[in-house]
Design a protein around this ligand. Sequence first.
Ligand code: THU
Length: 141
Amino acid sequence: MESDWKRALCEKALEARKMAYCPYSQFAVGAALLTKNGKIYTGCNIESAAYSPSICAERTAFVKAISEGEREFTAIAIAGGKQDEPPKGECPPCGVCRQVMMEFCKPDEFWILLPINQNEYGEYTLEELLPRGFGPGNLRE
Ligand code: THU
């Protein structure tokens, strides 16, 4: 479904790619996370010479938001592709990032937007990308 806020969030993710620190993969990812009260936290991937400390753009955005006290989220936009080039297709979140989303977001209400450019984006719920995910509720059962 077309909507202005979704398009605006996608633009923020495309913009956030410019901040990516990705000298090892040369794959630049940007994310823009929208809170329920309308704030946007951006993130980029940050790699490490030791490789495993690298963090994805999505988790950078979540870490920024959570550490500022945010707990409720509406949507995240994620854009990725070869550094210094426009994305060639959708950049779906990795499994670890999907699991972090599962911690803080309602699977059937949280939107994941995957822009390819300013005008085109795929949209999915967390439930679609992480079916029957394990979340905080499972520990309470
Ligand atoms: N990456 C992200 O930041 N988010 C994704 O959704 C997929 C992968 C990063 C990790 C690494 O820095 C680079 O992209 C190549 O995998």
